[in-house]
Design a protein around this ligand. Sequence first.
Ligand SMILES: [Cu+2]
Length: 158
Amino acid sequence: MRSILPLLLTSVLLAAVPAQAHESRLDDVRIAHPFATPAPPSVPHGAAYLDIGVEGDSSAVLVGASSPASESVEIHDMSMDDGVMRMRRVPQLEIEPGTTQRMRPGGGYHLMLMNLVAPLSEGDRFPLTLEFAERGEVQVEVRVESAQEGSEAADGHH
Ligand SMILES: [Cu+2]
């Protein structure tokens, strides 16, 4: 029995390696590389980005999110409207089966951290809970990374 312990420790350490790929699962839904961009004290809101992939055969519907990092979290879409970038809140975000919804800084969907509790600095981490219709909730860990660093790391997941 004595020789089993080091083996167990080794397998625990090995099992920890995939976690560094920074990915979470909720049944057939895969959430990859959640990150938020830095927010200095002068900025009231933050933005978080992640990839949601649906591997099963029914679409996943993100209906809400929450985090201790901000008063509330809203699902936003950003698009060009007459040459002006506009953000609007959307009630939900549906991801079709077999597809991945990617969120990246600079446009499209993102999670808006409304009224940050504290500024976000590179290297910070905080939990974020995603709520899906029917599937329930999953908690992920968000890292604060620059837009470029976060985007490149997220793209590296695919
Ligand atoms: Cu927004």
